[in-house]
Design a binder for this molecule. Structure first.
Ligand code: NAD
Length: 435
């Protein structure tokens, strides 16, 4: 082996996926779809079209294991909709992936891309396997055969994968190489989330946290708050939380609390975020033992008297019980699904402005789009250009969702679904149904 490959590293950026809160995830997606369809008085003829995946591929992936045995894995790729452009969506490797889950995630990508107005449809893929039990060589053979089996499905103008659960830059590099070998040319735009040296984009690592910062500033504007007067609490200090905290601090906000799995850290005078990031870098990624703040519990952090709360750790953190004690005026959902449906209702009644995950953490898919554009142009943008364009798109998406929520008198969460389903339905009306 000429160099060491980190095949198990977690991707710093993943094409965000919703949390499945239902036994049948497709059903769970449909419940939200139905609310938005009712508000929009969606034409019944369009209803069925828009909730049915356009293609479902299931493929057998034989892999020669290191011990000489051959194991056959099941690969799935679902394309939900291509009305607005090629389908886009990550690939997950996990033992419990199901077709229903991939169908739901693919549909969700359609709505998500429409929220930020990037010209993609929705897709998602999965392979039923346990990557932790596989060697680097086995994973490489699995990835290449999955790609070869779907060679006519993938393509820069057709269907563009990205990292998701248990897949990362190295897996994307193998997909790129396999696809390119079959095409007899290097086709870097066939995947996003690639290493920069293979055509990845600057700004991708920071994209999700940066998007959280931009929509939070949008919400402050709408509520007449100045960043310099706002205090912020951030739950979770990983990729999304630490970058959102740093960028909000750079905008003048006072970050009074941060947390990670080791607990919460509070300082009424403001925490030095650069010092906290440096500390985690030299402390195996954790805030444990961080000085310059007093210890608080996770629950205390969520119910602090702050202007903005950024949940950026994991799902189901803001429960109905916690929601009753929330004092923040704005909640900016960096994490996927941090607020339970029960809490949603209470926050709505209490007038808290919740920027939903489907919008707040869409910075990642937006920079995926930039990566694809740069690959097709063969011209690479500076970090500054990526950031300016990301800010512009996220700000516009925030304003559009805010206006949709006002227009239909619904929460921003429902507003985001209404806006995106309406965009796809209007595209369908104009294109018509080919028969
Ligand atoms: P990460 O693993 O880099 O960081 C997670 C952080 O949360 C860590 O600091 C961890 O210690 C902390 N944490 C975990 N459990 C906690 C708890 N119970 N209380 C407090 N802190 C806790 O992950 P990330 O990439 O920053 O993702 C965070 C969330 O954002 C996830 O929900 C993810 O799905 C979502 N998201 C991430 C991206 C992305 O591009 N990375 C994009 C969209 C959505």
């Amino acid at each position: 082996m000429p160099y060491k490959r980190n095949v198990y590293a977690r991707a710093v950026y993943q094409e965000p996926a919703p949390i499945q809160d239902h036994d049948n995830p497709f059903q769970s997606m449909m419940e939200r779809f139905d609310i938005a369809a009712q508000i929009l008085e969606l034409d019944p003829n369009f209803y069925e079209y828009l909730c049915t995946p356009s293609h479902i591929y299931i493929t057998a992936i034989p892999v020669q294991m290191d011990d000489g045995r051959v194991r056959v894995f099941q690969g799935i790729r679902v394309i939900h909709n291509e009305l607005r452009g090629p389908s886009k969506g990550g690939i997950r490797f996990a033992p419990d992936v199901t077709v229903d889950e991939v169908k739901a995630l693919a549909a969700w990508m359609t709505w998500k891309c429409a929220v930020v107005n990037v010209p993609f449809g929705g897709g998602k893929g999965g392979v039923i396997c346990n990557p932790r039990e596989m060697s680097a060589g086995e994973l490489e053979r699995l990835t290449r055969r999955y790609t070869a089996n779907l060679i006519n499905v993938f393509g820069p103008e057709r269907d563009i994968p990205a990292p998701d659960m248990n897949t990362n830059e190295q897996i994307m590099a193998w997909i790129l190489d396999t696809y390119s070998m079959h095409q007899r040319r290097t086709a870097s735009a066939v995947v996003t989330g690639k290493p920069i040296v293979l055509g990845g984009s600057y700004g991708r690592t920071e994209a999700t946290g940066r998007g959280v910062m931009t929509v939070t500033l949008g919400a402050m504007d709408r509520l007449g708050l100045r960043p310099a007067d706002c205090s912020v609490a951030v739950q979770g200090f990983g990729n999304v939380g630490s970058i959102a905290a740093r960028l909000l601090a750079e905008q003048g906000c006072k970050i009074v609390a941060i947390s990670d799995i080791s607990g919460g850290y509070y300082n009424a005078n403001g925490i030095d975020i650069h010092a906290a990031i440096d500390y985690t870098t030299s402390n195996r990624g954790t805030l444990e033992g961080f000085e310059g703040a007093e210890s608080i519990t996770n629950e205390e952090l969520l119910t602090l008297d702050v202007d903005v709360l950024v949940p950026a750790a994991k799902e189901d953190q803001i429960t109905a019980e916690i929601a009753k004690g929330i004092q923040a005026k704005i909640i900016s959902e960096g994490a996927n699904g941090p607020t339970t449906p029960g809490a949603d209702e209470i926050l709505n009644e209490r007038g808290v402005l919740v920027i939903p995950d489907i919008l707040a953490n869409a910075g990642g898919v937006t920079v995926s789009y930039f990566e694809w554009v740069q690959n097709r142009q063969g011209y690479f943008w500076t970090l500054d250009r990526v950031n300016r364009r990301l800010d512009r798109i996220m700000r516009k998406a925030f304003e559009d969702v805010y206006d949709a929520a006002q227009k239909y008198d619904v929460s921003m969460r429902i507003g985001a679904y209404v806006l995106s389903i309406d965009k796809v339905a209007r595209t369908l009306r104009l294109r018509g149904i080919y028969a």
